[in-house]
Design a protein around this ligand. Sequence first.
Ligand code: SAM
Length: 285
Amino acid sequence: MPSLQSSGCLYVVATPIGNLEDLTIRAARILGEVDLIAAEDTRVSRKLLNHIGIATPLVSHYKGQEARQSAGLVKKLLQGQTIALISDAGTPAISDPGSRLVHDCHEANIKVIPIPGPSALTSLTSVAGLPEGGFIFLGFLPSKKGQRRKLLTRYSQEELPLIFYESPHRIIASLKDVESILGNRPACLGRELTKLHEEILAMPVGEARAFLQNRATIKGEFVVAIHGCETEEISSEEDVEQLLIMLHAQGNLSMKDAVKKLSRDLGLSRSEVYKIGLQVWKKDE
Ligand code: SAM
C-alpha cells in the first residue's frame, strides 16, 4: 500500500454556482498551485480559470467515463502529482461527478482534501427557514412521473424537510406531484441563486406552482425545500388514553387491534399502550 507521503493529493474544490465572486481565496490558491485540474466540462471551467488568471492544465472528468478516467487520475496521484477536482458549478460529488474518484483515492490510500465553498444545496438551505434539525436531500427527482410519485410516496410521512434539485422544464410537473402526494406544505424554492435574476419563493407548494405557471417561460435551475410531514406530538399517557377511549367508543376495533394500531401509528411500545387499553376496556365491564 503506497504511503500518504509518497503520493500526491486530491483536492475536491467547490466553485461558484453563478456569482464568480463566491470562489474562496483558498480555492483560487489551490487551483493555481496544483499540477492538474480534473473538470466536468473543461470549456466551462476554462472561463472561471481565465477570470482569475490561472493557467493550470485541465483534463475532463465527466459522468459516464468516471471509472475509466478515475484510474488514470489515480495513477498520476500515485506518481506524486497534485490534482484538483471541480465540477461545472458548486461542490463536486453532490449530484455531480466525483464520488468514484474520491472512493478510488481512499482505496489507494491517497489523501483527499475538501476545499469547501458554494453549493446550491447549502445556499437554499441557509435561506429556507426550515425547522432546526436535519433534512433529507434527494438530489434530482426521477424524471419519469411514475418513479417520481413512488419516491415522494415513500417519503410522505417523513418529518424532516425534503430538498431536491429540479430543472426549469420539469419544475411544474414535480411541484404538482409534490402537492398531490405530500399536500400543500410550506416550501421554499431557490431559482438562479447568486445570479442576477436570483429568486427565492417562500410559500406553500401550490402557490409557488401557480406563481410560476403564470409565466410565459420558466428559466433557470431550481433547488426546492419542502417542509416535513407534521405529526402531532402524542406521547403522554392521557393522550393515549383519550385516543383509546375514542377507538373504544367507535366500537370497530377489539382492544387488541386498537392497541396494535395506536402503538404502530405513534411509535410506542405495545406493552405500554396495552396497559392503558386494559384500563379503558375494563371501565366498560
Ligand atoms: N454540485 C452542485 C452543487 O453543489 O450545487 C449541483 C450540481 S447539479 C448537476 C445542478 C443542479 O443544482 C441544477 O439543476 C439545480 O437544480 C441546482 N443548481 C445549481 N446551481 C443553481 C443555482 N444557481 N440556483 C438554483 N439551483 C442551482
